[in-house]
Design a protein around this ligand. Sequence first.
Ligand SMILES: [Fe+2]
Length: 403
Amino acid sequence: MPYYHSAGEVPPKRHTQHRAPDGALYYEELMGEEGFSSDSSLLYHRRIPSAISEFREWPLPDQSLVPNHPLTPRHLATHKLFEDDATGVDAVTGRRLLLGNADVRIAYVVADAASPCYRNAIGDECLYVESGRARVETVFGDLEAGPGDYVIVPRATTHRIVPQQRTRLYVVEANSHITPPRRYLSKHGQLLEHAPYCERDLRLPTEPRVVEEREVEVYIKHRGRGPGGVVGTVHTLPHHPFDVVGWDGCLYPFAFNVSDFEPITGRVHQPPPVHQVFEGSNFVICNFVPRKVDYHPLAIPVPYYHSNVDSDEVMFYCGGDYEARKGSGIGQGSISLHPGGYPHGPQPGAYERAIGVEYFDELAVMVDTFRPLELGEAAVASDDGVYAYSWDRGQRGQAPESP
Ligand SMILES: [Fe+2]
């Protein structure tokens, strides 16, 4: 994020001595993007942040991907992926891979256990809380997350996810940075007046978290010669990585609740970019929130049929009742994948039924990618197998009632 924030104790001048009450020096770490040429923060550690006492491989959960071939729109019922009474699942090692390409991986997890300390060295992560509550503890301090929260965790931020209750997380792992859309930012990085949210809507860590503990493991996801080019390593640190007494700068994790997104509406149907909330390299994140809909006297409030020729579209249905998908089996926790090369739109009847409707009570998070998405093991496991036929009014268009 581009605006300045400070938490805890920092010295008045950067790169100068900063000492504990007993006179010991704190160790300054610059955490910065794009080779010291973009946003950064300075963190002051009680111990040397480079210290490693052991290292080993972290065999990741299945990261393999198979092409979406033959080309097919799909409905993935994510709530089938985890048993209702499953325990001991954490939000880092327990996530299951749904979709991925060279730019992004999308995963899902229902977590009830605290994760190990974790660092994604490949890119930023966007955690979306479908339900439940969790504390995201980071080297910058804590973020409390509940239903509808996005938590953006910058690349290589050491953190852990501690559920306060059983928590459903939709996870977007970028291979790049995740930021507000460029068109909503001033040349110096302030969110502009026409943006659907502003800095006041963002929640930042307010105080450091300092933990005294020895021999702590940090799970690191990084680039390598594994499936999808992703591999894992575990470093054992001689001390806890949460030892920062203060930090300042423009790079930090933050939270944003989807209910603080002010929808942009119009007389006729607005295109999906008005719903955009974040972007990464070669993908965007949008959200469809409860809103008054199109008010032209002859408006058709559901989307027109569309060929988004450069993108695959992934909708995660996470609240309300999604008007355009009625009759398709789509329900809470469902994902629809509409790949490029295929025109999609409302299910039969929805186009007509929407006329005259003034308000949609729907909530969905969409990821549009500019490279084709491939299917992870969780997509294969949760595919309903019949969604592709749901626009066909003939014999095969029999979708299940709900996932
Ligand atoms: Fe679409």
